[in-house]
Design a protein around this ligand. Structure first.
Ligand SMILES: Nc1ncnc2c1ncn2[C@@H]1O[C@H](COP(=O)(O)OP(=O)(O)OP(=O)(O)O)[C@@H](O)[C@H]1O
Ligand SMILES: [Mg+2]
Length: 226
C-alpha cells in the first residue's frame, strides 16, 4: 500500500444475495489510483464495473475488503461521514445524465454545492457559470435541461461533477448514450480537465476509442483486476 495513492483498494468483495441465489461480483479486487490519474475501466457486461464505481463512490457498501481514499478509511466511516466526504471529494458522471429537467443548466451545476453548504451562494453561481463556459455551454446557461441535446446534457453533468472541486470523478459509461461526435467531444473535455486541473478520472466504458484516450487501462475479469 502506497501512502501517496488517492485510492487504495485491497481484497474488495461484493456479493449480492445469499446461499444458492448469491452472485459473487467482486472477488478480492485490488486497485490503486494515484492522484491525477486518467484511467479507463474495461470489462465485459456484468463484470462488475458499475458495482465497483458505486462502491468507490461510497454509494454502496462492499461485503468485505479495505478501501481508503485520501488516507481515510471509508469502510468504517458512518453514513453521515460518507455523505460529507462524497460531497467534497468525489464527482459523478453517469450514462444517463440525471439532470433535473425543469432546472436550468446553471441550477443543475450548482446543485451539489447548494446541497453541501445548505444554500445557494453568489460564489457558487460564479463557479457554476465558469464551469459552463469551460464545457462550452456559455450560450446555454439559462436553458432548462429538457431543452438541451444529449451531448449538451452530458457536458452539464460534467460541469456539475466538477462543482465542488473533487479529487476524483467516477464516470460510468459517460459517452454510452451519445453519438460518435458528441462522445469524442465529451472525452476531449475530460482529458483537458484532467491535464489542466489534475482531477483524477476513472471511466468505465465499452468503447476502446475512449480507453485509448486514457493514460491507463484497467481490465476487470471475473471479479478481479487483471
Ligand atoms: N442490486 C443487485 N442485486 C443483484 N445483483 C446485482 C445487483 N447489481 C448488480 N448485480 C449483478 O452484478 C453483476 C455486475 O453488474 P454490474 O452492473 O456491476 O456490471 P457492469 O460491468 O457494469 O456491466 P455493464 O457493462 O453491462 O454495465 C451482474 O451480474 C449483475 O446482475
Ligand atoms: Mg455498468
Amino acid at each position: 500500500m502506497s501512502g501517496d495513492a488517492l485510492i487504495t483498494v485491497d481484497g474488495l468483495v461484493k456479493t449480492f444475495g445469499e446461499g444458492d441465489a448469491a452472485t459473487h461480483v467482486l472477488k478480492g479486487l485490488d486497485l490503486e489510483i494515484p492522484p491525477g490519474d486518467m484511467a479507463a475501466l474495461l470489462g465485459p457486461s456484468g463484470s462488475g464495473k458499475s458495482t465497483l464505481l458505486s462502491i468507490l463512490g461510497t454509494l454502496m457498501q462492499p461485503s468485505g475488503g479495505h478501501y481508503t481514499m485520501l488516507g481515510r478509511d471509508l469502510i468504517s466511516a458512518s453514513a453521515g461521514e460518507l455523505t460529507d466526504f462524497r460531497n467534497h471529494h468525489i464527482g459523478f458522471v453517469f450514462q444517463f445524465h440525471h439532470l433535473l429537467p425543469d432546472f436550468n443548466a446553471l441550477e443543475n451545476v450548482i446543485f451539489p454545492a447548494a446541497v453541501a453548504s445548505g444554500r445557494e451562494t453568489r460564489t457558487a453561481r460564479d463557479r457554476g457559470r465558469e464551469l459552463l463556459r469551460r464545457v462550452g455551454l456559455e450560450d446555454r446557461i439559462e436553458y432548462r435541461a429538457s431543452e438541451l441535446s444529449g451531448g449538451q446534457k452530458q457536458r452539464v453533468a460534467i460541469a456539475r461533477a466538477l462543482m465542488n472541486q473533487p479529487e476524483l470523478v467516477l464516470a460510468d459509461e459517460p459517452t454510452g448514450n451519445l453519438d460518435r461526435e458528441s462522445a469524442d467531444r465529451v472525452m476531449e473535455l475530460l482529458v483537458e480537465i484532467n491535464k489542466e486541473e489534475g482531477t483524477a478520472f476513472l471511466i468505465s466504458t465499452h468503447d476502446e476509442r475512449i480507453a485509448d484516450n486514457c493514460r491507463r487501462q484497467i481490465r476487470m475479469v471475473d471479479g478481479q483486476v487483471v
